[in-house]
Design a protein around this ligand. Sequence first.
Ligand SMILES: Cc1cc2nc3c(=O)[nH]c(=O)nc-3n(C[C@H](O)[C@H](O)[C@H](O)COP(=O)(O)OP(=O)(O)OC[C@H]3O[C@@H](n4cnc5c(N)ncnc54)[C@H](O)[C@@H]3O)c2cc1C
Length: 464
Amino acid sequence: MIGGGLAGLSAATALADAGIRVQLFEKRPYLGGRATSYALPDGSQIDNCQHVTLGCCTNLADFYQRTGAASKIRHYDRLFFADGAGRVSSIHGSALPPPFHTSLSFWRFGALKLRDKRGIAKALLSIARSGGHGETKAGMTMLEWLQHSGQTEAAIHRFWRVVLVSALDEELHLTDARYGIDVFWKGFLRNRKGYILGIPSVPLGELYAECRRGIESRAGEIHSRAVVRKLRFVEGKFQAIVLDNGGEVRADACIAAVPHDELLELLPEELSASNSPFANLKCLQTSPITGVHLWYDRQVLDKPFLTLLDHTVQWIFNKSLLYDAGAGSRKDAGQYLQLVISASYELIPKTRQEIIDLCIRELSEVLPATRGAQLHKANVVKEVHATFSPRPGSDTWRPAQRTELVGFFLAGDWTRTGWPSTMEGAVRSGYLAAEALLEFAGSPRRFLVPDLPAEGFCRSWARD
Ligand SMILES: Cc1cc2nc3c(=O)[nH]c(=O)nc-3n(C[C@H](O)[C@H](O)[C@H](O)COP(=O)(O)OP(=O)(O)OC[C@H]3O[C@@H](n4cnc5c(N)ncnc54)[C@H](O)[C@@H]3O)c2cc1C
């Protein structure tokens, strides 16, 4: 196994559970890849960026269960949104059957007018009635789909964009409509649990400690700071990996769970050349996410998280409260906030200080308590290649986990899973790669967990 991100870890855990002796090579000193945490020079642990999961992410939930991390995820069934003036509305469930379970809170949503809401409701109903298909044409962007379905400007900017840029890390005019529609179908319509937010109560790195123990207790090995330089094949069959130090490790089979552009570096030239089966990977593009960490000397936010409308900052996470549910009652204590800006193209050329200043300015508009507060410390993490960009046609560039090379398999959020670039997509790819490898080894097993079932009216419409 090459790569200790969620794709590699989930494949390795599944294979270890199936009795396969796994060796995992990870180039960094820590596990988790793009969903990880590390220590700052002053000793404090920070996540590279806040990561959240949703109730519809069934395979990630299964992975957390397998590795003993499930108890470290807290679940929130109320989502808070603040408009430009700091007025807060929330979306939450009710006793109504899906797809109407969040509709009562939606009709009370203060940041939208009745006309905006009517258009949104009509479009959501069309997605639900069509079983998540939403009548798209090949190549259609989400923005085109929204305009075609008669959405108002306010609905696009204060509802659809707010949800989708965070979920897909891409602007609406660059997003394949299929991905956008799927977010609403799986997250908000099909099942009443789909939208429930899961947030780790510990730094991300701590989630993988049990995972390491699970693999090692089944005779597996995890090698960190182990850079793989090349993959060796003979007559279309996997032979060995070549390490940075020149050493070779032979194995019966290999799963490469590295980012798509790094895979091209590992392959022999004839396999990454323009006419090779892997050449299409060069067409997959990436999009950035910027995380900003702010430590205030006092409490400035009383909610666990807040989504902002009409601002550059999209999410504020109250890390103090998320890590320690009792933190809110200690009024004299400081507060650690983590802000997230997805598809942050405009922030990439800005300096660290410019980004911090912008965030402080925006927070002073929605959180008045920040105005008199002292900022103790700030940190900016720009992830330029955070996710693959779900552009129209991007699915055609995503390869399956099983390759034409004997004994060689792929995993990674960018492989063909049907899901966007998320932790759920990464774990799905890991499970699918493990299934393909076990079939090759002659002892097939299933790991992939099904989606949440369609409930309420969605179930009866699916039968029509
Ligand atoms: C800032 C940010 C915020 C995000 N927020 C969310 C979120 O809220 N929810 C969500 O679901 N998803 C989120 N994502 C996406 C999610 O993190 C990824 O989809 C997922 O972690 C990808 O996992 P992966 O295993 O496919 O790839 P990676 O995590 O990239 O793992 C690949 C691993 O391979 C290793 N590697 C590469 N080359 C070599 C080599 N030559 N030798 C050895 N090892 C090598 C790398 O070091 C890395 O550990 C976010 C991503 C980012 C960057």
